[in-house]
Design a protein around this ligand. Structure first.
Ligand SMILES: Cc1cc2nc3c(=O)[nH]c(=O)nc-3n(C[C@H](O)[C@H](O)[C@H](O)COP(=O)(O)OP(=O)(O)OC[C@H]3O[C@@H](n4cnc5c(N)ncnc54)[C@H](O)[C@@H]3O)c2cc1C
Length: 380
């Protein structure tokens, strides 16, 4: 009998496996490709990376910007992670690693081999479903040289969200689901330019995002060849509610296999890295919680936020993020943090609402409380 069995060695599973062995627990880990390098470009606020070596930061953006109607400088450093260094910082020394892919029954069966079984298989352990109706964030990005990216960045060190409406065929009348540009330097030489749909149900198709990115960058004067034949490409697909199913009986779920993802931003990595340590502390003290990420009142507000995002049109979304940009940094943090409590989050959300013009407020109330409405995602 081991102390812990962990299925899935993505950021959530690996961080927990590593934290558990450091605390002297015996750990079995199962993954179809246990040693695989993580390929997504992970980003996080630097303050969320406490407890990790500085080398996990590949590039640091001191003052990222958010563009809505105005340009807002966010006085809060943001980091692009070095996945290789991050994996090295979460060593699996002493972990018994098994290669394999398990279904729910296989995960549940591990309760015969370990006192605690953890599901960290991510949002879709059975593979992607065709025509998945779940709300998802999708993105298409290209990596280009700094020189080529300069017209898109327009002097900014990095842009977390650029909601400028230069993506439609007719830029003065954007309709349908909005998308934004994520423009982030990866190092001294290269910049990721990524067209992102924050949330849509069903997901905005990647070809639509590729086309929006092409139009947007062309209008800004980025060289067409740099966009058509980039140094690298990235596509993103993040189900906003994670797996959105209860884990097998008797099993704890962490990361996106459970409720570790942020319902509004889709981010989970920084939360998983941090919460792995506190969960490992509890497991080492034989204090097994009923859930790794239990439901909290703040989740109700994040759910309302996701609901609004799925229904707001482009002008409503731009008004919402313009209001976000005017918030004091501690309130912005409450909106973005997976762990923010209901009090801090409701104050921040109220601050955004109060900062919006009347038309924006009306649209936000309708989007949050009104009936489900599907916006076309494939038309400008
Ligand atoms: C391109 C891209 C960019 C992203 N950027 C960010 C970002 O900047 N910040 C952020 O916080 N999030 C980001 N995300 C979201 C992020 O990837 C996920 O939230 C994160 O990887 C989830 O971690 P996880 O460990 O929960 O699951 P995963 O990373 O999905 O890991 C699941 C692990 O389980 C294994 N597994 C799957 N099925 C089985 C099975 N049946 N049996 C056994 N093992 C199995 C897989 O091999 C994998 O190792 C991004 C996603 C993408 C695709």
């Amino acid at each position: 009998m081991r102390d812990v069995a962990i299925v899935g060695l993505g950021p959530a599973g690996r961080a927990l496996a590593s934290a558990c062995t450091v605390r002297g627990l015996s750990v079995l880990a199962v993954d179809p490709r246990p040693g695989a390098a993580w390929t997504p470009t992970y980003g996080a606020w630097t303050e969320e990376l406490a407890g990790l070596p500085p080398g996990v930061v590949r590039h640091r953006i001191e003052v990222p910007e958010l563009w809505a109607r105005e340009r807002h400088r966010l006085p809060r450093a943001y980091a692009v992670l070095d996945n290789q260094a991050l994996q090295a910082a979460l060593p699996l020394d002493g972990v018994e690693v098994r290669e394999g892919r398990l279904d729910d029954a296989g995960v549940a069966a591990l309760t015969a081999e370990a006192r605690v079984v953890v599901d960290a298989r991510g949002a879709r352990p059975d593979g992607r479903r065709s025509q998945d109706p779940a709300p998802a964030q999708t993105a298409y990005g290209v990596v280009v040289s700094r020189e080529d990216a300069a017209p898109a960045l327009a002097g900014a060190e990095g842009i977390l969200m650029d909601w400028s409406t230069d993506w439609p065929e007719t830029p003065d009348s954007p309709r349908g689901v909005p998308s934004f540009l994520y423009a982030l330097p990866l190092d001294e030489d290269r910049v990721l330019l990524e067209e992102t749909c924050l949330a849509a149900a069903p997901a905005m198709p990647v070809p639509e995002l590729r086309e929006r990115l092409r139009r947007r960058l062309q209008r800004r004067g980025v060289r067409a060849a740099a966009v058509e034949e980039p140094l690298e490409r990235e596509t993103v697909w993040i189900p906003m509610r994670g797996r959105d199913e209860a884990p097998p009986a008797g099993v704890l779920a962490v990361g996106t296999a459970g409720r570790g993802g942020h319902l509004v931003t889709g981010y989970s990595v920084a939360h998983s890295l941090r919460s792995a340590r506190s969960l490992a502390d509890r497991l080492a003290a034989a204090d097994v919680p009923p859930a790794a990420d239990p439901w909290r009142p703040g989740d109700l507000l994040r759910q309302a936020g996701l609901r609004a995002l799925l229904r707001l049109d482009t002008p409503g979304t731009v008004a919402l993020f313009e209001a976000f940009g005017t918030l004091p940094v501690r309130r912005q943090r409450a909106v973005m943090a997976r762990d923010a409590g209901a009090g801090a989050l409701s104050t921040a959300m109220w601050g955004m609402f109060a900062a919006m013009p009347t038309t924006g407020r009306t649209a936000l109330i309708r989007a949050t409380l009104g009936p489900a409405r599907r916006l076309p995602s494939t038309r400008a």
